[in-house]
Write a protein that binds this ligand. Structure first.
Ligand SMILES: Nc1nc2c(c(=O)[nH]1)N[C@H]1C(S)=C(S)[C@@H](COP(=O)(O)OP(=O)(O)OC[C@H]3O[C@@H](n4cnc5c(N)ncnc54)[C@H](O)[C@@H]3O)O[C@H]1N2
Ligand code: MOO
Length: 391
């Protein structure tokens, strides 16, 4: 069995960035820029008044005649002679002959004349062409994650579309005869299906919206067929049926469909029987069916691959250090992921830890990783944890 770090290394080595695509700017939140952005125009692209007031030529005396008006959106030129000014408003194009704007609070106006009480410096209150960005300037690097500020900034250039790294199309297959939809009456021997709904939410909350969910009973032929259809996606996630029981058909069906195994089984708990493989550029994660095992394998392994495919350079797990508030035992001789809470750097681990249970996942905010060779951990020891369920 391989270790956690060997599994992560194999996933990284077998995962590549997807192709670049042009998408509408309004839909680009959370994508990664595929190319450096060069400013297509200068910002501002014309001289703008920064204030409501009067535009004039610097060097004038303080008594000026107002010969016209410029509001935002107007394109007006005025022949400005000595002692003349133009009424102007914030955002309006400053007529070519004017170089300075005095704010109206510094002026007393009387009919068609103004008297400037506080003379501004030359160029005051005029936004120069390109003072934010010059046309052709490099403004954002390839690989930048698009957020709301970047969307606003790019909209300022009039860019309706943007080149990004595509996001993976994902198929999620859930296996098991015993699984019943939430909201139905539970039949004897059945359980409610929780992995699809959980993993779909985990994907969507991280911006992976292209998800097809398929369900299959424990039947070899049906499993082969549904996997064949799921392999059309960029990433196939399968829940359950990957262990060694007589009704676990996933491994055989993946092999039948020509998916090459890269690894099977990791020396960890929960999540030992994770299977990872590849056909063409499609990645396959066959996650163990136990709910805590499925979620752990998703968070530690599948998510790293999804981030790499989307163009993120920030795909390494964000482990933090915390201090154990009580003694803890790892009797498994495996890397163990325990659920707990982290408060001000102190870690409390919950008593109920099992692959089949989600209670501690639901209550916790930290996935604590205990190394395979660490049996006893004393109160006060430093442990590594992954923040979870934080937003
Ligand atoms: N003889 C052995 N048996 C098992 C081994 C082993 O090494 N030798 N490994 C155990 C470990 S560890 C795990 S983890 C599980 C993995 O089993 P599968 O991936 O084949 O999953 P299933 O058998 O289909 O289901 C396991 C468990 O989880 C429940 N389940 C499945 N899917 C869902 C779902 N969508 N929502 C909620 N619950 C689900 C299912 O009812 C089972 O209770 O194998 C061990 N066995
Ligand atoms: O590895 Mo399993 O996920 O421990 O129950």
């Amino acid at each position: 069995m391989i270790s956690v770090s060997e599994a992560l290394d194999l996933i990284k080595a077998n995962t590549s960035k997807l192709a670049s695509v042009k998408i509408p700017l309004k839909d680009s939140y959370g994508y990664f820029l595929a190319k450096e952005v060069l400013a297509p125009i200068s910002l501002p692209s014309f001289r703008q008044s920064a204030m409501d007031g009067y535009a004039f030529r610097s060097g004038e005396f303080s008594e000026l005649e107002v010969i016209g008006e410029c509001k935002a959106g107007d394109v007006l030129e005025f022949e400005l002679h000595e002692n003349q000014a133009v009424r102007i408003f914030t955002g309006a194009r400053v007529p070519d002959q004017a170089d300075t704007v005095v704010i109206q609070e510094h002026v007393s106006a009387n009919g068609g004349k103004i008297s400037i009480q506080t003379m501004p410096e030359k160029s005051a209150n005029v936004r120069a062409i390109g003072e934010q960005v010059q046309a052709g300037e490099s403004v954002l690097q390839a690989g930048t994650k698009i957020n709301e500020s970047i969307i606003g900034f790019l909209a300022g250039f009039g860019m309706g579309e943007v080149f990004v790294i595509d996001k993976p199309r994902i198929t999620l297959i859930v296996t098991g005869n015993e699984l019943q939809e939430v909201g139905t009456t539970l039949k004897p021997g059945s359980i409610y299906e929780s992995n699809a709904i959980m993993l779909e939410s985990a994907l969507k909350s991280r911006g992976f919206d292209s998800i097809q969910v398929l369900k299959v009973e424990d039947d070899l032929e049906e499993t082969k067929k549904i996997i064949a259809s799921g392999l059309k996606s960029d990433v196939l996630l399968i829940s359950g049926g990957i262990s060694v029981g007589d009704y676990d058909f996933v491994k055989e069906s993946l092999e039948y469909n020509g998916v090459k195994e890269i690894f099977y089984k990791i020396n960890q708990k929960p999540g030992k029987p994770l299977w990872f493989g590849k056909r063409g550029s499609t990645l396959v994660f066959a996650l163990p069916g136990n709910p805590a095992s499925s979620l752990t394998c998703f968070l530690i392994y599948a998510l790293s691959a999804l981030k790499i495919m989307s163009g993120s350079s920030d795909y390494n797990l964000d482990f933090q250090s915390g201090i154990l508030s009580h003694r803890t035992v790892n009797k498994f001789e495996k890397t163990v992921f325990f659920l707990g809470t982290e408060t001000n750097g102190n870690i409390h681990i919950y008593p109920k830890q099992a692959s089949s249970m989600l209670i501690s996942y639901a209550l916790g905010n930290a996935l604590v990783m205990i190394p395979h060779d660490k049996e006893i951990l004393e109160e006060g020891e430093t442990v590594q944890y992954l923040p979870i369920n934080r937003n």
